[in-house]
Design a protein around this ligand. Sequence first.
Ligand SMILES: [Zn+2]
Length: 86
Amino acid sequence: MSDTLLRSLDLIEPGDLVHYHGSITDRHGLYLAVPCTCRWCLAADHAGVGSPRYVLLDPYGEEDAELKVVAFHVRRRSIKRSDASA
Ligand SMILES: [Zn+2]
């Protein structure tokens, strides 16, 4: 029951696996989400406008390569926490 409640809040923690369903339709899929810390997003956050933005990382990259960034400044409503992360 409490797990269901937690899910309904749908909070996204840094490193969570999320499903992207936003405007870039050819990028729809599963990614790791971390907060976008670019100057624009931080400025917007500081000003209290809009919702948190995220950077999406490709979790299926080369083993010894750095995680590849798929998208910056992704709106919260464009991603959904994946059940696969539970
Ligand atoms: Zn940003």
